[in-house]
Design a protein around this ligand. Structure first.
Ligand SMILES: NC(=O)c1ccc[n+]([C@@H]2O[C@H](COP(=O)([O-])OP(=O)(O)OC[C@H]3O[C@@H](n4cnc5c(N)ncnc54)[C@H](OP(=O)(O)O)[C@@H]3O)[C@@H](O)[C@H]2O)c1
Length: 264
């Protein structure tokens, strides 16, 4: 991409985005500027050729695509630190949880393409699920943002009113999946594996199961049918899990997470 990118807030997510863009060769290191107040932690990116500064206004001035990756309570101060540099050539993408596009619009007080994106922590290995919404954006603007997040995993456009649901399913979902895998490891150890072998088997099996759905576009139940022999051990284990409330507990957990986020 030929646009210069400013990442405002070089924390966990901001640095993961910068690293992912470099690894995927989406743009040159010299086309990225990343900011934070204490820049010592950005030494690694600086050594790779990324511009590092604590001057948000300067970073935005030199760029066309601005990614805002600070904590929600910092949004107002940080936007005010650079909004005078925003022009109609800019695209502004916020990855800040819980801050509406309209709230950002009220602070910047100008009409420019505004995007809100919800990635997850797998963005660090270019395997994020990123949901995004936008306003004032042309097809060209949308394609720029879509291309950017496509280099960091899968992307889907959603209505902003689904952003809380996207946070639960896509971002909290990483933690839910980790617990499922951890439980498999615990079970694996109980039936004879050492922890390292159980971890490998559990993680790769879940990865393979997910890839089956993603690559073949099949429904989970179709893939389950292939593994469940009549009177066999898989169906016996699965049914016992369901008797203990397996699917129900996951659905209830997702609903509780959603109610919590929607009320706050
Ligand atoms: N982590 C995820 O996977 C994830 C997923 C989806 C959404 N999000 C959202 O993304 C945002 C960032 O999350 P995070 O986990 O990356 O948080 P984080 O690690 O705390 O990063 C925020 C960064 O902002 C910097 N910062 C604070 N004030 C600044 C200022 N005035 N100018 C420039 N930089 C400033 C901080 O560095 P200094 O203190 O040195 O300035 C810090 O490194 C949050 O709103 C979060 O909800 C995160």
């Amino acid at each position: 991409m030929n646009k210069k990118i400013a990442i405002i807030g070089g924390g966990n997510l901001g640095t993961a985005i910068a690293e992912g863009l470099l690894k995927s060769k989406f743009c040159k290191a010299s086309d990225i500027t990343i900011t934070k107040r204490k820049i010592v932690t950005l030494e690694n990116l600086k050594n790779m050729g990324v511009n590092v500064t604590s001057n948000n206004a300067e970073a935005v001035h030199k760029s066309e695509l601005v990614i805002l990756a600070v904590k929600p309570y910092q949004v107002s101060d940080v936007l005010n630190s650079f909004k005078k540099e925003l022009t109609t050539k800019h695209i502004l993408v916020s990855v800040v949880t819980g801050v509406l596009i309209s709230e950002i619009g009220e602070i910047v007080k100008m009409k420019l393409p505004l995007f809100r994106a919800m990635p997850n922590t797998a963005i660090a290995i270019q395997e994020s699920m990123t949901c995004f919404s936008f306003t004032n954006a042309s097809t060209a603007h949308i394609n720029v943002v879509k291309n950017l997040f496509s280099t960091l995993g899968e992307v889907v456009t959603i209505d902003e009113k689904l952003m809380e649901a996207a946070t639960v399913l896509g971002a909290c979902g990483t933690a839910f999946a980790m617990r499922y895998i951890r439980a498999n490891i615990q079970g694996g150890i109980e039936i004879g594996f050492d922890a390292a072998t159980a971890s490998l088997i559990a993680a790769q099996t879940v990865k393979g199961a997910a890839e089956l759905l993603l690559q073949k576009g099949s429904h989970p139940e179709q893939e389950i049918d292939k593994v469940t022999t009549p009177k066999g051990c898989t169906i016996a284990g699965l049914n016992e899990m369901e008797h203990q409330g397996f699917s129900s507990s996951l659905i209830k957990g997702i609903a509780v997470s959603y109610n919590k986020i929607a009320k706050s």
